[in-house]
Design a protein. Structure first.
Ligand SMILES: [Zn+2]
Ligand SMILES: [Zn+2]
Length: 116
């Protein structure tokens, strides 16, 4: 398991996700208990692995994020990240980024700044 830094739900200080509790305020760090669960990296809420929105902090899961449209799922990323920008030379870096997200890194959680 990769160790990552997460923000404490209570005091917002950076703590290791392998810690049992926050060293600053002592708040317990929630742990993933099931194979179909994952943890929001922004607020530590335990979510179902199929969830695309965190009910704790409104973070959204996807391959790419755009404030007006929210997070892009796989189809949206292929169409709006890969195919459409590839048609124009200026959009090529976006296509490379989209391909990297789709095939290398997978989806991630984005802090929601606009649309749900
Ligand atoms: Zn804390
Ligand atoms: Zn969250």
């Amino acid at each position: 398991m990769v160790m990552a830094l997460i923000n404490c739900k209570d005091c917002n200080s950076e703590i290791s996700d392998s810690a049992e509790a926050c060293p600053k305020c002592g708040a317990p760090v929630p742990k993933i208990v099931g194979p179909d669960e994952e943890q929001c990296p922004h607020c530590l809420t335990i979510l179902h692995s199929s969830a695309t929105k965190c009910h704790g902090c409104r973070a959204v899961k996807g391959y790419m994020y755009e404030p007006r449209y929210g997070a892009f799922g796989k189809t949206g990323t292929i169409v709006w990240g890969l195919i459409v920008p590839a048609i124009t030379i200026i959009g090529l870096p976006i296509s490379v980024y989209a391909a990297y997200r789709l095939f290398v890194t997978g989806p991630r959680w984005f802090v929601s700044r606009g649309a749900d």
